[in-house]
Every structure is written in C-alpha cells, then in structure tokens.
Design a protein around this ligand. Structure first.
Ligand SMILES: Nc1ncnc2c1ncn2[C@@H]1O[C@H](COP(=O)(O)OP(=O)(O)OP(=O)(O)O)[C@@H](O)[C@H]1O
Ligand SMILES: [Mg+2]
Length: 417
C-alpha cells in the first residue's frame, strides 16, 4: 500500500471513528431522554389518584365553595394530563428525526474528514515521495532533477534545500576521491616505470662511458654513434628521474625558505643565457615553510616550459618574467588541494612568458600527468610542480592566450611562527 494511501486511511480513521462514536452517543442519549422529559407517566399516576380523591370527596356533604374548588382542580388535572400526553406524543415522533439528523451529521463529518485527510496526506506524501526519489538519484551518483519543487507543505523547502546542498557536497567529495584515486594510480605507474628504466639504464651508461674512454680512440663514425647513445641515455635518465619524482612527495623536515633567493637562483640556473629573463621581487617578502629543493624543481619545470614556449617566437620578442609578491588566498588542507575555506596571507610566484600560449581546451588539463605536446616530453613537469605546491598547502593556476603567452602562478602560505 502506498505511503499516501496509508496516511489517508490513518488520518480518516482518526477523524471518523471518534466523530461517529460521539454522534451515536448524543443521538442515543437524546432519543432515550426525550420521552422521559414529557413526564407523562407521572402525570397519569397523579390523574388516577386525583380522580379517586375527587370521587371520594364528592360522596360527602360539601359546601358550594368546596364544590367549586374541586371542580376547578378536576379541570386543571385534566388539562395538565392532556398537555403531558401531547408532549409525549411529540417526543416519540422526534426520536426518528434525531436518528436521521445523526446519520446526516455522520455523513457530512465523514466527507469533511476524508477531504481534510486527503489534503494532509497529499501535502506530506508529495514532497516525501520526491525526496525518496532524490535519494535514489544520489545512490546512483546522478544529478538531482532540476525544475520547480512538487507541491506540498512549505516546511519541506528547508529539507529539499539541505538535500541539494548535501548532494552537491557528496558529488564534490566523490570527484575528489576519484581524482585522488587516479593520482594514486598515476604515481604507482610512474614509480614502476622509473624502476624499470633505471635498471637497464645504469649498465648502458657505464658501457657508453667505457666506449667513450676506449683506447685506442674509436673511429669518428663510431664516436658519433656513441655520442648519440650517450645523449639518448641521458634523456632516458632525466625521464626516469621525472617518473621517480612524481611518485614521491617532498621528504625530510621542512625548513624556512627565502623565496627571493630561491627564485633568483633557480631562474639563473634554469633559463639559458639566450633567453631574457626578468626577476622582480617585492621588498620584505616573508618566508615560507617547506622543502627548498622540491620547490626549486617545481619552479624549474615551469621555467623550462616557458623557455620551450618561447623557442619559436620571433627573436627579440621572447621574454620571461618572474614576479614574487604578497597575496591572499585560500590555503589547502591536503595534498589533493581541498580548500580549507579561510583566506590566509600567501606569497605568489608568477611566471609569465611571451611564448606560443596554450589553447583553451588544453589549459584545464596541463596539470594532469602525461599531458604533453612535446616529442620526448613526459608530461610530468607540471604534474610534479602541482603535487609539490599542494604538498606545501598552496595552490596553482594557469592563464594563457594562444599567441600572447602564458602565466603560471603558485601561491604558498606564509610561514607562521
Ligand atoms: N608556458 C607554457 N607555454 C605553452 N604551453 C605550455 C606551457 N607550460 C605548459 N605548457 C603545455 O603543457 C604541457 C604539459 O607541460 P609539462 O611540463 O607537464 O610537460 P612537458 O613540458 O610536455 O614535458 P616535460 O616537462 O617532461 O618536458 C606541455 O606539453 C605544453 O603543451
Ligand atoms: Mg615541462
């Protein structure tokens, strides 16, 4: 039986049964009491004893005044008895009318009660049915249906609102969990690839080194071949390091880091001398707390991308600028980048280049591992950078206009005492 039907039956029973019982009680009381109210039985007995008394008195000698008084009393007795009988007659006739009124009242009550019960059960069951339907959507991880709420008691608006908020939160949690799960899988693959690359690579590099030092020296032809081998082995080595890094979070105890020094040094060490780079650092930038080498590697990855992006721009137009300044932002709580919600003082490192830029459809995906458009690229540079910044409770963002250049921004929370 549907919830609405059950509710309707329960409400109807609660209204109809007491009403029916009360109607029966008052109808029975009224029809029993009405004939008694006329008092005709008592009047009959008074009339019989009165007639006997009058007859006895008339047998004795009476004065004229006594005779008149007895006559008047007899008349009064007769008219009172007649009146009482008339009342009794009317009362007896009223009983079926009372019964009919009672039945009528019961029918009217039943109709009113069923209307009210129907209305109430609809008011309750419609929103409840809707919300039960929503729970099925939530269980199947589907979005809640849009559109106006079903009609019903206004109190359900709050419940509906809360359900929507809860479903939204659940969806966010679910997608975060998926993202974390995907990252875990990526890291595991990266770790294995790094391991598999490293094992054969070390003997290859040793062999190449021996060939390079061979005595007597190799013929120019063979020396070229060995040089190719050495270059490719070095590239594989870099790749293996990237894979290994992606699998690891920064290790060791955190320390206070002077970002000004870190940025100046990394820019000098990473950007080739042919590419102009400008470093602007606001005065009195506070320290951040974390892992110096990991952050330097993250920044180097971004700078190397900027150098790559500038490689094909016209000579004289290639320019990289790095700006370090104070900012406010929302520190993240975990390595998955969950915002903790409160605005906190942060330091921003913004790397801007005048390179090729990133098409809008790729911009969202550049932080994902293995997303690359470079031959020989691992697509891990930005993934490692993001992983490092998130591990420092910071945030990353990117903006770009194809043809104009790109800006990559890291925000790191200021070290607290
Ligand atoms: N400054 C930039 N300008 C233009 N495109 C960029 C820039 N930074 C990143 N990208 C794009 O994002 C992709 C991912 O970058 P990421 O550093 O993760 O990997 P990669 O540079 O391709 O590979 P690797 O870092 O291993 O050399 C790049 O292939 C490139 O398409
Ligand atoms: Mg890169």
């Amino acid at each position: 039986m549907r919830f609405r039907t059950r509710l309707f039956l329960i409400l109807s029973l609660f209204a109809v049964i007491p009403a029916a019982v009360l109607t029966l009680v008052w109808a029975t009381t009224l029809s029993t009491a009405l004939p008694l109210l006329s008092g005709s039985g008592a009047w009959d007995r008074v009339a019989a004893s009165g007639e006997r008394a009058i007859a006895t008195m008339r047998q004795g000698p009476l004065t004229a005044a006594q005779r008149t008084a007895i006559g008047a009393h007899e008349q009064e007795l007769t008219s009172s008895v007649t009146e009482a009988r008339r009342y009794q007659y009317l009362a007896a006739r009223a009983v079926p009318i009372v019964a009919a009124v009672a039945v009528g009242a019961m029918v009217v009550l039943a109709v009113v009660a069923s209307r009210v019960a129907g209305h109430l059960s609809r008011q309750m069951s419609r929103p409840l049915d809707e919300i039960v339907g929503w729970t099925e959507h939530i269980a199947r991880a589907e979005p809640l249906p849009a559109g106006p709420p079903s009609r019903g008691a206004p109190e359900f608006h709050v419940l509906r609102g809360r359900m929507r908020t809860m479903a939204g939160d659940l969806e966010v949690g679910r997608s975060r969990e998926l993202e974390a799960e995907r990252l875990r899988a990526f890291r595991e693959t990266a770790r294995q690839v790094a391991h598999e690359l490293k094992n054969p690579l070390t003997p290859i590099q040793l062999a190449v080194a021996r060939l390079e030092r061979a005595n007597p020296p190799l013929s120019p032809d063979l020396a070229d071949t060995v040089a190719v081998l050495a270059t490719e082995a070095a590239r594989l080595d870099t790749m293996a390091r990237s894979f290994a890094q992606f699998g690891r979070l920064p290790e060791g105890p955190p320390a206070d880091i002077d970002l000004a020094e870190l940025v100046r040094y990394t820019a000098r060490a990473t950007v080739p001398s042919g590419v102009p780079v400008v470093v602007e650092i606001d005065p009195a930038v506070p320290l951040v707390r974390g892992h110096h080498d990991a952050l330097a590697r993250a920044l180097a990855n971004v700078l190397l991308n900027a150098v790559d992006a500038c490689a094909h721009t016209a000579a004289g137009e290639a320019r990289i600028s790095v700006h370090v300044r104070r900012a406010t932002g929302t520190a993240t709580g975990t390595a998955t980048g969950t915002a903790t919600g409160t605005a906190a003082p942060m330091i921003e490192i913004a790397v801007r280049d005048t390179g090729v830029g990133i098409p809008a459809e790729t911009l969202d995906r550049i932080w994902e591992p293995y997303v690359t458009n470079k031959p020989g690229g691992t697509g891990l540079g930005l993934a490692i950078a993001r992983q490092t910044v998130l591990a420092h409770r910071g945030t990353v963002s990117a903006s770009s206009r194809p043809g104009d250049g790109t800006e990559i921004v890291f925000r790191l929370p200021v070290a607290t005492a």
